[in-house]
Design a protein around this ligand. Structure first.
Ligand SMILES: O=C(O)COP(=O)(O)O
Length: 223
């Protein structure tokens, strides 16, 4: 069959997998260990998008009534971040789940010979843990995380790297995401972008980001 796209790049959090509940658990485990009050699920949902490290910094700035800049520079941050890493590894896979039709769509596209990649702002160690927890790793030919390159989304570096790696032109590639960051990334890279309305997008409706299409779920990718 003639594939519409030769390469499809996927965002991770809020697109492939609902990850926010266990991220909130790991953040709250960490806050508790460092004598801070807990934060709500909704706050976590709104902070997703710029990487898990940035989310932890936002949570600490909120609980400490401080700024993200001050948290980043504080002497205790590296210890807190290390503890968070341990908590997140433990929580990974406990309360995350794939959104409807994700596994069957990925498997079908893979079997049709479409190259599949992940381009996420989540740091590499967390990206790998989540993909492994859901047995998704073998389906992806390339995984670009927030710390793979010096710049993360919405910079097009990760998308361009995949296009070059697979020798695929931008017109033959599609980005699938849930946020305005993903739409901006695709625009910056010169590839089409379809969006899911069920993700995080900092609490805003995805239509406002003007993707090329809003799709209800992953079944649209194999229709
Ligand atoms: O970890 C984040 O904050 C964002 O991850 P995403 O790019 O997969 O949405």
């Amino acid at each position: 069959m003639n594939n519409r796209f030769d390469l499809i790049l996927f965002d991770l959090d809020g697109t492939l997998i609902e990850t926010a509940p266990e991220i909130a658990d790991a953040v709250n485990d960490t806050l508790e260990a460092f004598d801070r009050p807990s934060i709500s699920q909704q706050q976590v949902n709104h902070w997703i998008g710029h990487g898990t490290r940035a989310l932890l910094i936002s949570a600490l700035a909120f609980t400490d009534k401080s700024t993200t800049e001050a948290v980043r520079k504080s002497a205790s941050f590296s210890r807190i971040e290390a503890a968070f890493g341990v908590h997140y590894q433990k929580r990974c896979g406990t309360r995350s789940h794939l959104y409807p039709h994700v596994r069957e769509a990925l498997q079908t596209l893979h079997d049709r010979g479409v190259k599949l990649a992940v381009v996420t702002n989540k740091e590499q160690r967390y990206t790998q843990a989540v993909l492994d927890a859901h047995q998704l790793t073998p389906l992806f030919a390339r995984v670009i995380s927030g710390d793979t390159f010096p710049l993360k989304k919405p910079d097009p570096m990760g998308v361009h790297d995949c296009l070059h790696h697979f020798l695929i032109r931008g017109e033959r590639a599609l980005f699938v995401g849930d946020s305005s960051i993903d739409v901006a990334t695709a625009r910056n890279a010169g590839v089409a972008v379809w969006a899911l309305p069920y993700g995080y997008n900092m609490g805003q409706p995805i239509e406002r980001a003007h993707p090329d299409r809003v799709i209800t779920d992953f079944s649209a990718l194999i229709a």
